[in-house]
Structure formats: C-alpha cells, structure tokens
Design a protein around this ligand. Structure first.
Ligand SMILES: Cc1cc2nc3c(=O)[nH]c(=O)nc-3n(C[C@H](O)[C@H](O)[C@H](O)COP(=O)(O)O)c2cc1C
Length: 551
C-alpha cells in the first residue's frame, strides 16, 4: 500500500512535525513502509505565488484575496498552469493508494489560505479516487461559505476524520453538514518539537510541563500554579519549549522556570525518560510511541473554560483524567512519590490504546485496492473512436472473456458475432442508433434460446430472464477486458421488441431461436471523458458513495 502523508511539516508547525514523527513510527511498526511525505510548503508557491508559508500567511491573513486563491486552487486541481514541482506532487497522489493527512492544525483555520493548503491534496486525491484519511485534526468555526462548501464536499468523501479530543470540532463538523459516521474523536498525536535548543542536564527530580501553544496569558496561571506547587514539593518543573504567540505569557514563563527544547525526537525521548513525569497536554500518545516509560498526566483545557478558572481560583488545581476521575496536584505528587502507584499506571494504560486511532483504522482496511476493482472503476462508456482497427486476435480474446461469464442453469447460451465490415456497421447504425457508425468493430450478442431447456418447462416464466442476465454478464466481461487492453467500449441495447429486430436477424442470418440482446461498440477512444461532470440520460455518471446504494 503506497501512502502519502501530508501536512504542514518543516515550517515551524511543530505540532504537525510531531504528528509526522509519531505517525511514521506507527506506520513502521505496522510494516507500512511505502510512504512519501509531502509538506504543504512544496506546493505553496503554486497556490499563492509565495515561496514560504510565512510570507503567504502574512499576505492572506485576513482573507484578503480569497477569489484569487480559489481560482488558483481550481487550476491546480485541473492541472492547469502548474509548476513541475506541483505536478510531481499531483502525480505522486495519483500513483498512491491512500492520502493520510496528519497535522494537528491543517484544517484548523478560519483563513482561506490555510484551509486551501490543507484541502488541496485532499481534493486531488478524491478526484483520483484515492482513499483519504484525516488524522488528529482540529477544526475551527468557518467564516467563509465558499470554503465551507468545498470542505464539506471533500470531507464527506473521506474515509475517516479523526479529530482532536479537546476541542469542539465534532460539533462544528456536524453543524456544517459532515456525515456523523465519518467523524471519530481520536487523540491528537502531536507534541512540540522545538528547534535550536540545547538539552539541559536533567535533574532527577525533574517534571516536564508541556503546554505547547496553549500557553496564553490566561492559561499561563494554570501551568504556573502547577509548577509552583511542584516546586513546593521539591520537584523541578521544566517547561517544554512552546509554540505560543503570547509574548507576555512566554516572558513570565521564561523568567520563572527553565525551558527546554529538542533538536530531534531522540532528544525528546531522552528528556521525557529522565523526567519523573510529564504533565501537560497532547503528549500522551506521542510519548508512548517514542518509547519513553515516563508517566504522562494529561490536562484537558477545552470548552470547559469555567472549570479551568474555577480551578485557578480555588488554588486547588484539578486535573481531569481520561478515565473520568479527577486528580489533584497533591495526588499527582503522592503518586509520583511511588512511581508504580496504581493511579499513574491506570492513566498510562488508558492512554496506551486510545491514541492513533487513524493508523489503526488504516491497517484494519484491506491492504491494497484490488487491481480488478481499479479497472472496474476506471471503465467508462466511450462513444467516439479513432479510425484504427482492432486486431482479430484481440477481438477473439474479448469473446473468450465473454464465454467465461456465468450462466443460469449453465446453459452458456451467449453467442457472439464479430463485426468489422464497414457496411455491416453502417447497417446497424441505420437500424439502431447513429453513434454505432463510430465503432471500429462491434460484437453482437445474441442468446441461443434453443439451449435454454427451462423455457420449455412449466417453470419457464420463472426463468425466462436468465438469457438476458447471462448475456449481460458476458458483455461486462468483454468490456472489462477491452478496458484493460485500452479499447473503448459502449454497450447498446437490442431486444426482440426493437423495431428492426427481424431485419437485423435476417441480415446476419440468425436463426429464429436466436434472440438479440445487444451490441458492444469497440474502438480506440477518441474522447476524454470527464467522469466528474459528465451526465447521461440527465443523470451524472459519477457514482455516489457506497452507502447510497446499500439498502
Ligand atoms: C443494458 C445497457 C444498455 C445501454 N444502452 C446504451 C445506448 O443505447 N446508448 C448509449 O449511448 N449508451 C448505452 N449504454 C451505456 C450507458 O449509457 C452507460 O453505461 C451509463 O451512462 C453509465 O456510464 P459508464 O458506463 O461510463 O459508467 C447502455 C448500457 C447498458 C448496461
């Protein structure tokens, strides 16, 4: 299974980087190694004309030029005016089986730019019928109806949307019309991997406090109070380097507590392993997957803003745990004194199985889309053909495919007439439908009712549709093999009720017990079929979701 992992990697999107790392470890554990990683920045220039995400961000921060972006977006989707770089990415997606979007904030933006960046690979993948899985996503309320439309349309075609568990994403997605059964509340797989920071000498009473960009002036007090209490208990709190824009909070924090950062995952692992515990947000699964055996205590700070402030006011900071219980700082301390205490172990065990929902889901799925299914999905009815003729051996092989079709009561009643003579084709066009003239060859399918002995029994009325079904099966076999050979095909219906039925039978010297079923127009395609937009008989040919056909 060829997987594309895509997110905002390598551009100070530390959460995204962390998810990438974490997911890669898990993929490898699951023997999924055919992976290509694509970062948003690789196609950003095409989307907006800027070469870096930050310049892009600054200019489009306030949705300044959404129309321009939306137009560029469409051009890329339809592969118009795109650079070689982006074209390579589009091809990578086309040649893959799954697009795995992992990046905590990729869809977590109110701005057009970020949303389009994240949506671009998704829409390309969906256009080319790839599986799309979203992992560890956050969602903010949208403020752009055009984007919302694209988003909902795209998300409803994804296979799974695993969203972070500490935000209101579920309700937002439901509100904008994303199908509920696609949304799963998972756990954000991210933790912060800061750059250019030296690893400290970790004292043996160290406790990591990890807050990522949730370090804001308001929330600062939660962590700061916690750190104070840890100090009272003779622990040594170390704040992990955070990705926060709140200068005031950062300043407060940096003056009061040591701050640590990592150059690479191994130093993160090494740091966590040396700590007595990690208290913070969003770290659990990441730390576990890194293999650090450090107890991890999660802090939920979500829509329960009030609870958060209550906790601060009461000076008794309560940390809600995943198992529904609360743990106080004192209890944390008590448990830390005995590192193997049950409480900590329960927490650790609880987290272990809950993270990385998306990867579990991926590995549960069939490992590869069958090549036959791909072919079946690729087949389209073609009605315009080149003049080139089809070789006799290919035509015979098509008939061979036909005779291997199943048949009711094993009558094998399908019969085939290969027609390549222009005047015969013209005759059929005249007596059925004009487009027949376009074909280079035709296979006429006839049911031989003389071998269908059930038609002479009392039960004839029960079985009299079998010959239709047998011939239809044969026709589909022929179409699929033709598709594989690059030969276009279109089935044209015939029946004994058709006005020229007898004329056609006479012309081709068919017997009275031969019943016309249809013909298959064949030829090398001379038209590009836009599966996404084409309609036939007033209906789009594009198939809907599997669920829409299930009774
Ligand atoms: C029994 C049958 C009869 C058909 N008859 C015609 C026909 O008379 N003219 C035509 O243009 N297409 C005909 N088609 C092709 C359908 O229009 C086509 O399968 C449908 O639009 C879906 O498009 P697709 O085959 O590209 O998926 C026929 C298909 C079947 C299965």
């Amino acid at each position: 299974m060829k997987i594309i992992i895509c997110g905002g990697y390598g551009n100070n999107n530390l959460g995204d980087d962390a998810q990438l790392l974490n997911n890669c470890i898990l993929f490898r554990k699951n023997n999924l190694t055919d992976i290509k990683i694509i970062s948003h920045r690789e196609y950003i220039a095409d989307l907006c004309g800027f070469s870096t995400i930050s310049s892009f961000r600054n200019d489009f921060k306030n949705n300044k030029d959404n129309n321009y972006l939306l137009q560029k977006f469409s051009e890329i989707i339809y592969e118009k005016n795109i650079s070689q770089e982006t074209s390579k990415i589009v091809n990578e997606i086309k040649n893959s089986d799954v697009l795995f979007m992992s990046g905590s904030g990729t869809l977590n933006t109110r701005n057009c730019y970020g949303m389009l960046l994240a949506l671009l690979p998704i829409v390309i993948a969906l256009k080319h019928k790839k599986r799309v899985i979203l992992s560890g996503q956050g969602f903010s309320p949208m403020n752009n109806p055009d984007l919302e439309k694209i988003l909902v349309e795209a998300l409803n075609q994804c296979e799974l949307i695993s969203i972070r568990d500490f935000e209101d994403g579920y309700n937002i997605l439901k509100r904008i019309g994303v199908k509920e059964n696609l949304i799963h509340i998972g756990i954000d797989d991210a933790f912060t991997l800061p750059k250019n920071k030296m690893l400290y000498n970790i004292p043996n009473n160290a406790i990591a406090i990890n807050v990522s960009y949730y370090l804001t002036s308001n929330l600062y007090h939660v962590f700061s109070d916690l750190a104070d209490k840890l100090v009272e208990q003779n622990y040594y709190p170390i704040f992990n380097y955070f990705y926060s824009k709140d200068k005031e909070a950062i300043e407060k924090c940096t003056t009061k507590y040591p701050i640590i950062g990592f150059d690479n995952p191994m130093s993160a692992k090494s740091f966590f392993s040396k700590c007595q515990a990690v208290i913070g947000m969003r770290y659990h699964s990441a730390i576990l997957s890194l293999g650090a055996k450090t107890p991890v205590i999660n802090i939920y700070i979500n829509k329960y803003q009030k609870a958060k402030f209550d906790a601060i006011n009461s000076k008794e900071i309560i940390v809600p745990c995943l198992d529904g219980t609360n743990i106080t700082v004192k209890e944390i301390m008590d448990n830390l004194t005995y590192r193997n205490s049950n409480k900590i172990n329960t927490l650790y065990e609880n987290w272990k199985d809950k993270g990385n929902y998306a990867i579990q889901y991926l590995t549960q799925q069939s490992k590869k889309e069958s090549s036959l299914l791909k072919l079946i999905k690729k087949r389209r009815s073609v009605r315009k053909f080149k003049k080139d003729s089809i070789s006799q051996s290919d035509l015979l092989e098509l008939v061979e495919a036909g005779i291997y079709a199943p048949s009711g009561s094993n009558t094998q009643c399908y019969r085939f007439k290969i027609i390549t003579d222009k005047k015969d084709i013209e005759f059929l066009a005249k007596n059925k439908i004009k487009i027949v003239n376009n074909a280079s060859a035709i296979i006429l399918i006839v049911a031989d009712l003389s071998v269908c002995s059930y038609l002479n029994t009392k039960r004839a009325d029960i079985f009299n549709k079998l010959p239709y079904q047998d011939c239809a099966m044969a026709m589909q076999n022929i179409c699929l093999l033709a598709e594989e050979k690059g030969i276009g095909q279109c089935i044209i219906h015939l029946s004994k009720e058709w006005w020229s039925n007898q004329l056609i039978k006479d012309y081709f010297n068919l017997k009275e017990y031969h019943e016309l079923q249809g013909m298959i127009l064949l030829g090398y395609p001379n038209e590009a079929i836009n599966y996404e937009t084409i309609t036939h008989a007033g209906r789009p040919i594009k198939r809907k979701l599997i669920e829409d056909y299930l009774l």
